[in-house]
Design a protein around this ligand. Sequence first.
Ligand SMILES: [Zn+2]
Length: 102
Amino acid sequence: MPKAKPGLSDSKSLVPDSFTLAGTRWEVKREMLTGEMGHCSRDEAIIRLNNKLAGQIEESTFYHELVHAVLFSMGKTGDKHDEEFVDLFGAFLHQFMLTRGK
Ligand SMILES: [Zn+2]
């Protein structure tokens, strides 16, 4: 039987359908993205994930974009986001989620 691609409803995925930061409801969508693994839109409160991603690559991309969403929620405009910080912080958040309770 073919293995199902992890979806938003996959209970094992660490990627939520939505979440709230500072009173703003964010949605997570999988879409066809050109040249990007993911994208964080502050104006729309949407995190878009490239629909070609799956498993832990999709998860790590989500946590990267989540850090951008947190920084936007802190009032930091995109030009103030340090990509190296975002990438490392996102990786540690993902590691926390993977290992919590274990
Ligand atoms: Zn980034």
